[in-house]
Design a protein around this ligand. Structure first.
Ligand SMILES: [Zn+2]
Length: 333
């Protein structure tokens, strides 16, 4: 009996030490100050000159506007705490955070809100954002069921047909089927939703549901939003985008070959001239005054940036840029 108690004691001490180590390592965040010179400058006050602006609102949430028509990817403002995530506690969208986020970004009307896939960190708040802004919720079948679960009317929901463009003002939006970055567990798998997802729900209740490369064309320029660091070989063949918002979350956890293939299949495929990383901030940190990068334990953000800088240095017309936190910049003019 004594040996059993002793063994249990040792296991408990090791578990505590392990948890302590993880907690300590999660505080270890990279210093990104050496990349500050790549940050785009805030857009000057609007003039009559036509332009398309973009604001980075965290993770893969982007607000893209030409002054008349406003589009948003994801629209995610809730942050699920690490404890709720690990313990699979059911959570609801944080309606205060959503209201605060839209107000801070100066959003009252949106033409469309478009989750890059249906995981909670992309699609959880999209129905509420759509309801507050009159936006069409545009995404996968799973995204539509998340909308229905939140009580959205059918007229405000549109299920994407891959490769078929939708027009919003002067914008043309085309969703091209892509893949999710490989993660431990089954990020790709898990059946799509076939019934309304009614919150509160656990993060695992949000299936991936199909990952998109979203092509956003405008007379002033074309951008591609790649939310997750996955790809389908040749899926973007024949498409063109000047600027790619490239999801780098968990990219540095993949093999060198995978990382090369990702850049080739996304950036090179569309002949991009400018790459702007997204999805490198900490999913668990509340949305605050400054971007909080992913902890080194989760992702090597500087290594991802350095890889993109190498890609940019390969040809003269290429560039690497960073979006400032919650500040509109000129994307095309
Ligand atoms: Zn995901």
């Amino acid at each position: 009996m004594r040996w059993l108690l002793r063994a249990l004691g040792i296991v408990a001490v090791l578990a505590l030490a392990g948890a302590g180590w993880v907690a300590w390592r999660l505080q270890d965040r990279p210093d990104l100050s050496r990349y500050a010179r790549y940050e785009m400058s805030a857009a000057p006050p609007a003039t009559r000159r036509p332009r398309v602006s973009v604001s980075f609102l965290g993770v893969a949430t982007l607000l893209i506007s030409d002054g008349e028509t406003h589009l948003m990817t994801d629209g995610w403002f809730t942050r699920v705490g690490l404890g709720d995530f690990l313990l699979q506690r059911a959570v609801s969208p944080d309606t205060d955070a959503i209201a605060r986020g839209l107000q801070r970004a100066g959003v009252t009307r949106l033409a469309a809100v478009m989750p890059v896939h249906s995981h909670y960190d992309h699609a959880q708040d999209a129905p509420d954002v759509a309801r507050r802004t009159g936006a069409i919720l545009l995404g996968s079948e799973s995204t539509a069921w998340i909308g229905r679960g939140a009580g959205m009317r059918e007229q405000q929901i549109r299920v994407v047909e891959p490769g078929v463009p939708t027009h919003f003002g002067k914008f043309t939006v085309t969703h091209i089927l892509s893949k999710h970055v490989p993660l431990p567990g089954n990020a790709q798998k898990g059946p799509p939703l076939t019934a309304p997802l009614i919150p509160p729900a656990t993060v695992r209740d949000y299936p991936m549901g199909g990952a998109w490369s979203i092509l956003i064309e405008h007379p002033l320029g074309t951008a591609l939003v790649q939310g997750s660091a996955g790809f389908v070989p040749d899926a973007l063949k024949g498409r063109r985008a000047d600027t790619v918002f490239l999801g780098t979350g968990a990219l540095t956890r993949q093999s060198e070959e995978y990382q090369d293939a990702y850049l080739r299949e996304i950036l090179d495929a569309v002949d991009a001239h400018r790459v702007i990383p997204i999805h490198y901030d900490d999913l668990f940190a509340p949305v605050g005054d400054a971007l909080v990068p992913s902890p080194a334990l989760v992702d090597d953000v500087p290594a991802a940036f350095d890889r993109l800088l190498r890609w940019a240095s390969e040809e003269e017309e290429r560039s690497f840029a960073l979006l400032p936190w919650w500040t509109p910049v000129v994307l095309f003019d």
